[in-house]
Design a protein around this ligand. Sequence first.
Ligand code: IYR
Length: 231
Amino acid sequence: MKEQEDYIIEGGFRHNRFTPRSFSKEEMLTKSQEFYEEMKQRKSIRFFSDEAVDIQIIENLIKTAGTAPSGANKQPWKFCVVSNPELKKEIRIAAEKEEKLSYESRMSDRWLKDLAPLGTDWQKPFLEIAPYLIIVFKENYGLDEAGNKTQNYYVNESVGLAAGFLISAIHQAGLVTLTHTPSPMKFLAKILKRPKNESPFLLLPVGFAAEKTFVPSISKKPIEEIMISYE
Ligand code: IYR
C-alpha cells in the first residue's frame, strides 16, 4: 500500500495534509442540535460576582479566540487581560465619564428607546467587580521588527470573528460576559499604553454572574426570519 504524503509543496509553500473529522449523520444532527442548545443559553450579563477565575482558563479562552480565521492569516488582534484593581478602576472611571455624556446628551431619543428593554445606563460597576476585563484591540496595520508598516486585511471582519470565538469559548467554559462598547473608547488605548497601530474594538468583562441575576426578557429571531433558502 502506498504511504499517504503528510504534505505537498504548492507554489513553493508547504500545505499539510488535512485529516477530516468524521461523524455519522446521526452524530452530526445531535452535535449540531446540542451546540445550538448550548449557545442559546448564552446571555449578555451586566451583574458580576467578584469570584476569582483561574488565569489558565482565561488563557485557554484567548487561545481559542486566536484560532479564528483572518484576512491573509494576519491575525490582526491583541487581547489585553486586566485583573489589576487600580487599572480596572481607572477604566471604570474613564468609561463612565464617556457613557454619562453619551446617555445624557450624545445618544438620540430613538436609540435610548431601543435600549430601554435592556435596562442599561451609564453606570458600569462590572468594570471593577468582574475578575477580568478582556479588551480586544484591532491592529489597523502591522509593524515589523524594523518598525515598518505592514498591511492587514479585513481587520473588522477578522477581529469580529475572533471576538465571536472568544464569546463562545467564555460561555462554553461556564463563565459569562458582556460585549461592552463604551463610546468613544480611545481612552482604553491610552490607559493600556497600546502602540499607535492598535485601536480598541470591544471590552469583555469576564467572570461569574452575581447571585440572583436577572436578564432582559428578549428573544432571538426564528429561523424563518433569518434563513433564506435557494434550492
Ligand atoms: N455603550 C452603551 C450603550 C449601549 C449601546 C448599545 I447599541 C447596546 O446594545 C447596549 C448599550 C452602554 O454600554 O451602555
